[in-house]
Design a binder for this molecule. Structure first.
Ligand code: FAD
Length: 382
């Protein structure tokens, strides 16, 4: 078993790390404070090829692997969790999803702009009444001639206030349950499609979230992805990659919490010595480091399996679940190590702790990840 990265991956990791520390990290506190989407950062990420990380070169992307995407996401997340969240939704849940499932015509029309950052992407599955039980969604799409007419609403949609291209799941067959869903590409500005005000959130405040509404919204049949009632396959086919990269977001934030903790514990003096010398503080650092390593290994393993074309729901859920819960523990311990200063906005770890919470909710809650893992490992014994 070889744990080393290729020279190309090391070079990309180095490039993104430098970019994230120079361009993204300095804005992290501001975008959180002002609930402001860092559009200038996304323009620069587009120029560097980060936004089309898994989009094939023929459609304007850089055609990299899931593992390389995880390395990038980790660096972005280290610098700013909000930016990383919007990045995940744009580059993976929208652009990569379309690269995997779109027709050649759809890919030619949308992917070059998504890869360059000329357009921003979003994905819309969750509804007010269908969260964990997302396959029970009720937003409907009815075919009328060369068009589909959509009615319904979606909620908690990342990037909605700023996105141009939305991948929207809707019900095309009332009686077929999970097999009655289809995916559509919907452009901002389509008549009958409206976007709500940005929602006010605990964390991830630089990544705007909103409800979206469809009222007799007419979409050309050419915007149907794959075929009618084929969205279940699209949805299930993308989950492993999405959860592996979701794990990478937790890894990046955990690394940031650990780095801040060590830096502070080395210089903060109490009882005449740096607090790192106290064993109870050192123990927290050791635990954070151990969990970080485990989260990273689980994430890279899931990513490599995805790159090998192996279905890996249990491994991808291991990565997402463990990394997001380790991240929650690490950011909370970072606040503890910084004491009263950790509780103050100026010292950043309070923001990290607020940002970390989303990892255990978005993209399938921790409880749902446990259900998936249990189901999968039991199935493997049959
Ligand atoms: C900031 C943010 C950004 C998001 N971005 C997007 C996006 O871009 N696109 C999108 O489509 N969605 C998005 N989501 C939605 C997200 O995926 C859902 O919030 C998530 O799947 C949970 O759904 P819910 O909030 O309705 O919670 P619910 O499903 O109502 O769950 C409530 C609680 O019940 C538990 N629960 C539910 N079912 C079970 C069960 N069977 N067994 C045990 N426990 C259970 C849950 O784990 C949770 O603790 C986003 C959410 C947030 C907060």
């Amino acid at each position: 078993m070889d744990f080393s990265l290729t020279q190309e991956q090391i070079d990309i990791q180095d490039m993104v790390r430098k970019f994230a520390r120079k361009e993204i990290a300095p804005l992290a506190a501001e975008v959180d404070r002002e609930s402001r989407f860092p559009s200038e950062t996304f323009a620069k990420m587009g120029e560097l090829g980060l936004l089309g990380v898994m989009v094939p070169e023929e459609y304007g992307g850089v055609g990299q692997t899931v593992l390389t995407c995880c390395l990038m996401a980790e660096e972005i997340s280290w610098a700013c969790a909000s930016t990383a969240l919007s990045y995940l939704d744009h580059a993976v849940l929208c652009a990569h999803n379309l690269a995997c499932n779109g027709s050649d015509e759809q890919k030619r029309k949308y992917l070059p702009d998504l890869a360059s950052g000329a357009k921003l992407g979003a994905i819309a599955m969750t509804e007010p009444g269908a969260g964990s039980d997302v396959l029970s969604m009720t937003t409907s799409a009815v075919r009328q001639g060369d068009e589909y007419v959509l009615n319904g609403s979606k909620t908690f949609i990342t990037n909605a206030p700023v996105a141009d291209v939305f991948l929207v799941y809707a019900r095309t067959s009332k009686d077929a349950g999970p097999r009655g869903l289809s995916q559509f590409i919907i452009d901002r500005g389509t008549p009958g499609f409206t976007i709500g005000e940005p929602l006010k959130k605990m964390g991830g405040r630089g990544s705007p979230t909103a409800e979206i509404f469809f009222r007799d919204c007419r979409v050309p049949a050419a915007n149907l992805v794959k075929g009618e009632n084929e969205a279940l396959g699209i949805l299930l086919g993308g989950l492993d990659v999405e959860r592996a990269v979701g794990g990478a977001l937790g890894v990046g934030m955990t690394q940031a919490a650990l780095d801040k903790s060590i830096e502070y514990a080395k210089q903060r003096q109490q009882f005449g010595q740096p607090i790192i010398m106290f064993e109870m503080v050192a123990e927290k650092i050791a635990n954070m480091s151990m969990e970080l390593e485990a989260a990273r290994l689980l994430t890279y393993k899931a990513a490599v399996l995805c790159d090998q074309g192996v279905r890996c729901s249990a491994e991808a859920s291991h990565a997402k679940l463990f990394a997001s819960e380790a991240c929650m523990r690490a950011t909370s311990e970072a606040v503890q190590i910084l004491g009263g200063y950790g509780y103050m906005q100026e010292y950043e770890v309070e923001r990290m702790m607020r940002d970390a919470k989303l990892g255990t909710i978005g993209g399938g809650t921790s409880e749902i990840q446990r259900l998936i893992i249990a189901r999968e490992v039991v199935k493997r014994t049959m």
